[in-house]
Structures are given as structure tokens and as C-alpha cells.
Design a protein around this ligand. Structure first.
Ligand code: DAV
Length: 382
């Protein structure tokens, strides 16, 4: 019996990873959670159905580039088993005309040490996405006696889980930013809802972005589920569509984070980083002015990199500014052409989910200071 699953952060040496697949991917129909997130000026507004086959082929070819790049460096790669995502689904609480994809595994699978947990996504179209990973989970379960296979409490996703009329065609960007700053998001607090890509794992500390896809109740749930870890809530008021932390606040190695310059971490949330010698530097400007066709992520996928070890990082090949910045920061940057996969839900980090990184659970924040980000501060008063 072998040790298959182990990962405590995003930078320890990567040995085993899941890379998504674009097969049968669908642009999902509007639903309460998603009508709020497709930017008003996006060509994807009001459009749904199977993605054009040519784009699926290009996306998969890009993912093959990534598979090849990591395999050449000794990383074992697993792939999900896609479902026929254009099927309609139903539960006792809702019906939806289709599912979505299994391309960004990072949104679905959360690895914490020997545990992989399937998420509690707020999008109805993603309710059954975890099934694409179940064959792999069963394999890890058979091979690794210490693997902990978990499913977070399943949200009901009734209409009560969303604010209605949250989205209004006439709302200006400024008004949207005011909402974000006030932490006024489409999801309500009637149950825990979260995407795994909203969590940044740092050993004993887990930082969670409060935004459109992850609510405060989820953070409270995490603090009770992981009583030995410190759960922190962060938010980024400069982002009009805050979804996932990995194009906003990205650790490269112990002590170094790149932060999206238009989505800076608010001052009052910085002391925990400053007291522990974590440097927060502005990420380089994206090389592109617009996202590629049929893509609902922002141009900031430029910083959505995959760290292979504290000295080595994979960066998208066309992101020349980010490649140059990595070099300046002392990282050996490997370019991989992945832009053709962006439309399926993200960049290099999104496209993957950790199975095994060397290393153990360390405390990267040993200096305790008053910390406005703690979800349950009373648990950590020394
Ligand atoms: O900037 O659009 C994309 C993150 C996808 N996991 C953005 C966030």
C-alpha cells in the first residue's frame, strides 16, 4: 500500500496531479447563481449549449501541452472521466437544463493533507460535476490506506440560496464595485456554499475568499470541520466579479505572494502577512486586453500559474510580462501554451487539482497579531 494523497499548500514539490478534460463541455443556461456572473458586455450572455467541437479540440490539445510539461518533470498525471454534460438534471429542490464540464478540477476538489473533499458549489449546473472524479477517488481509496475521501454537506440550492434581482442590466461598474466592497453577493447565507478554488491552503492556515461563489457560512463550517487549522476570510473589493482566489492572490513560495494590482488585499487584512514576513507584490500586467472567445474569466488568468516547487513555476506561454516577472522574482518559469483552454473555466492552476506534493503541514504564520481575517478569533486567543 502506498501513500498517494498528500498536499498542504500550493508550492511544495508537485508529484501527482489531476488535469481536467474539455470533452462534452457545455455553456450552461442561466440560473440564479450564474446570471449574475456573466459580464454584461460578454458575448456569452444569453447563449448556452454544447461548446463548439473545434474549441473542445483546441482546449484538450492545450491541456495535453500541460500534461506533457509536467510529466517531463516526473509528475504523475490523472484525468477525470467526463460525463455527458448536456444532460438535464434534477434533485428534490431544483431542475437545471444541463451540467457544465470537468475542465477546472480546482473548483471541485480541495486537497488538505491526506484528504480530498468534493466542494459545495453554488451553481446548480455544477451539482454533479464531482462524479467525473469519483473513479479516481475510488482508485486512491483502494491504493492509499490513509486517503480520506470526503464530500462536503450538499447544498440544497433552492431559490432561498440566492438573492433575486441581484443582477440588474442597468447597474454600472461603479455600483457593482460598491456591492463587492460591501460584501453584497448573489449567494445568501442559508447554507454553506463554496468553490474549492476560493481556498488558498497554507499549512496550518487556510485563507478563503468571500465572493460570488463562496459565502460566510461556508467559512464557519470550515472552522468547525478543521478545528486545528486557522480559517481566514479575505475579500478583494477591486473585483467586480469575485470568483476564485487564484487570479487574485497567488502564493509562489513561503514568504511570497503575487496580488492582482486592481484587486489589492485591503490594508486591515494585511497584518497577519506583515507580521510573518510575507511579501505581497503586485502581479505583472496581463499581456492581453481581452479574454479569448467564449471565455468568462478575466484577463488576469495571466497570474493563474502552477507552482511545481518553490523555485519552479509554469506560466501561460503568451503571458510575456508574467514570465518576465517570475524571472525577476527568482523563479524558473516554464512557458506552456494553454490559452486555448481558458474558455473552459480557467488557467494553469484552475486546470489542475493537487494529489501529492512533498512536505508536511507547517505553520507559516507563527507570529500572532490582531488579525481581522480570522473567522472565529475567540478560538485563537493565546
Ligand atoms: O479573474 O476571472 C478567474 C478564476 C478562475 N478560477 C477571474 C477569475
Amino acid at each position: 500500500m502506498a501513500k498517494i494523497v498528500n498536499s498542504w499548500n500550493d508550492w511544495d514539490p508537485l508529484k501527482h496531479v489531476i488535469v481536467g478534460l474539455c470533452d462534452n463541455s457545455v455553456i450552461p443556461p442561466e440560473e440564479p447563481a450564474t446570471s449574475e456572473k456573466v459580464p454584461v458586455d460578454s458575448e456569452m450572455r444569453g447563449m448556452w449549449g454544447l461548446r463548439p467541437l473545434r474549441t473542445v479540440e483546441v482546449g484538450n490539445a492545450c491541456l495535453e501541452n500541460l500534461v506533457k510539461a509536467v510529466e517531463e518533470r516526473g509528475v504523475v498525471v490523472d484525468r477525470p472521466t467526463p460525463l455527458q454534460w448536456n444532460q438535464a438534471i434534477g434533485t428534490p429542490d431544483f431542475r437545471n437544463d444541463s451540467m457544465m464540464t470537468c475542465m477546472p478540477p480546482r473548483d471541485i476538489l480541495l486537497t488538505v493533507g491526506p484528504e480530498i473533499m468534493a466542494s459545495a458549489n453554488s451553481f446548480r449546473c455544477r451539482y454533479f460535476e464531482y462524479l467525473a472524479y469519483w473513479p479516481l477517488m475510488m482508485k486512491y481509496f483502494e491504493e492509499d490506506p490513509d486517503f480520506i475521501w470526503t464530500q462536503a454537506p450538499r447544498p440544497r440550492l433552492t431559490d432561498r440560496s440566492y438573492k433575486h434581482n441581484y443582477y440588474d442590466e442597468k447597474i454600472t461598474l461603479e455600483e457593482r464595485l460598491v456591492r463587492t466592497a460591501n460584501k453584497d453577493f448573489v449567494t445568501t447565507e442559508v447554507e454553506p456554499m463554496w468553490d474549492a478554488a476560493d481556498l488558498m491552503r497554507m499549512g496550518k492556515d487556510i485563507f478563503i475568499q468571500h465572493g460570488l461563489t463562496t459565502n460566510r457560512t461556508a467559512m464557519d463550517w470550515f472552522q468547525r470541520y478543521y478545528p486545528d487549522y486557522r480559517i481566514h476570510a479575505v475579500n478583494f473589493p477591486g473585483d467586480p466579479y469575485p470568483i476564485h482566489i487564484d487570479a487574485t492572490f497567488v502564493p509562489l513560495r513561503p514568504g511570497l505572494i503575487i496580488n492582482n494590482p486592481v484587486r489589492p488585499l485591503p490594508e486591515e487584512q494585511r497584518p497577519i502577512f506583515e507580521a510573518n514576513d510575507w511579501q505581497i507584490v503586485e502581479a505583472a500586467q496581463p499581456a492581453h486586453d481581452t479574454p479569448p472567445e467564449f471565455c468568462y474569466s478575466s484577463v488576469w488568468l495571466s497570474m493563474n500559474c502552477l507552482v511545481l516547487d518553490p523555485k519552479t513555476v509554469i506560466v501561460e506561454a503568451s503571458e510575456v510580462n508574467e514570465l518576465e516577472q517570475m524571472d525577476k522574482l527568482g523563479m524558473n518559469a516554464i512557458p506552456v501554451d494553454l490559452r486555448g483552454a481558458y474558455a473552459f473555466g480557467g488557467g494553469l492552476h484552475c486546470s489542475t487539482a493537487d494529489v501529492y506534493r512533498e512536505g508536511e503541514c507547517l505553520d507559516y504564520f507563527p507570529n500572532r497579531v490582531p488579525d481581522a481575517t480570522l473567522v472565529r478569533p475567540e478560538m485563537w486567543n493565546d
